[in-house]
Design a protein around this ligand. Structure first.
Ligand code: FAQ
Length: 331
């Protein structure tokens, strides 16, 4: 999809902060021009993008695990086919995003190594277990809903390859969100036991979904600079509020209760206001102590080891093709 393994030789040396190149770069960003892989960019901009895009890619890949857990137990053939397609889409998103990160001069092996060693983050949300079928509905409705809210603005990110990858990702995420909401609606209109299962899933996924947007603006070290560079278009708190305002009426429509006694509509601003977020839970998950952190990394490490023969076979095949082409050229 994108030029892979762009060589670092094309990179110009870093200009001093505030230098002419940095000023020209910021002027291009301010004028809404897209920055492309071979354009000059401040090293900090490159590193910020590598960090964010690779963490985003890891999230998509690890994000296949909680729902993948339900493919064999989906309640009908239709649900199974839809869920398989969704989980496969998430894998595809990871691939587009690794490719977009590669245009910044980092290799896929290095990024995957950072995930498997625990050095790189992935979204906190994927460290929670999927205990019942309703969790698949709640993930689609809430987690994909939150992901869309965060990712639609990324379609206007200043870095071209990331922005373009996000267009297709967002279209697919919106299908994912609807399939989740449809599962929730079916359960909410079902038997008492099904309604209770839907409510239980909402109870467990609500706060982790709220935390997905990241630390509050006052505690977010990267937001201000990322907004100046137009990587981020909205702050974490702005996006969190948009998500809450859209999602609370959807819960009302489903006849489900948001698990927050403080939740209320602030008539003056028209916004729903939530109670205090338990940031200690968020930080515990980021430190590796969420309910499923160890299980998720163990699953990815096993998948990587089990897939080694595929990578070796692909590399051997590529080598053979190259040798044949060289022999044909020499003949
Ligand atoms: N989990 O200063 P900020 C999906 C970290 S994809 C873990 O606010 P920034 C699709 C942050 O990395 C979900 N870590 O940072 C799907 C930074 O750490 P660092 C993923 C988090 O980058 C659905 C530190 O905290 N989406 O769901 C989290 O400006 C269903 C300080 O934070 C993306 O990655 C968190 N929730 O803003 C798949 C979207 N939040 O690097 C399967 C792209 C923050 O300094 C099934 N990323 N941190 O060590 C972004 O928009 C941004 O990177 C944010 C964080 C908003 C996530």
């Amino acid at each position: 999809m994108y030029t892979q393994g762009l060589d670092a030789q094309g990179r110009e040396p870093e200009a001093p902060a505030g230098g002419a190149a940095a000023e020209r770069f910021q002027a291009r960003v301010d004028a809404e021009e897209k920055i492309e892989p071979k354009d000059w960019m401040p090293e900090a901009y490159r590193q910020t993008l590598i960090r964010q895009i690779s963490q985003h890619a890891h999230s998509e890949i690890v994000g296949m695990l909680p729902e993948g857990n339900w493919i064999t137990r989906a309640p009908s053939l239709r649900r199974k086919a839809v869920l398989m397609a969704k989980v496969q889409d998430e894998g595809g998103h990871g691939m587009y995003l690794y490719s977009a990160a590669e245009t910044l001069g980092i290799g896929r092996e290095e990024m995957v190594g950072q995930l498997l060693s625990g050095a790189a983050k992935y979204s906190s949300i994927f460290n929670y277990p999927t205990l019942t079928w309703a969790d698949v509905g709640a993930i689609g409705w809430l987690v994909d809903g939150a992901a869309i809210m965060n990712q639609i603005p990324l379609c206007r990110c200043s870095y071209g390859p990331y922005a373009r990858a996000m267009v297709r990702i967002c279209k697919e995420e919106s299908f994912h969100q609807r399939q989740g909401f449809e599962i929730m609606m079916t359960l909410a209109r079902g038997t008492q036991a099904q309604r209770e299962m839907a409510q239980d899933a909402l109870n467990r996924w609500w706060w982790p979904s709220i935390m997905m947007f990241g630390p509050s603006d006052a505690d977010s070290p990267h937001t201000a600079q990322s907004m100046r560079w137009k990587i981020k278009r909205f702050s974490n708190d702005e996006l969190r509020q948009k998500f809450i305002d859209v999602t609370v009426p959807q819960a009302h429509f489903l006849g489900l209760a948001i698990p927050d006694a403080q939740l209320h509509l602030d008539e003056a601003s028209g916004h729903y206001r939530i109670g205090a977020i338990d940031w200690s839970e968020f930080h515990a998950v980021l430190r590796g102590n969420g309910p499923c952190n160890r299980e998720r990394l163990a699953a990815r490490r096993a998948a990587h080891e089990n897939g080694a023969w595929v990578r070796e076979a692909a590399a051997a095949h590529a080598r053979k093709l190259k040798e044949r082409a060289a022999a044909a050229a020499a003949a």
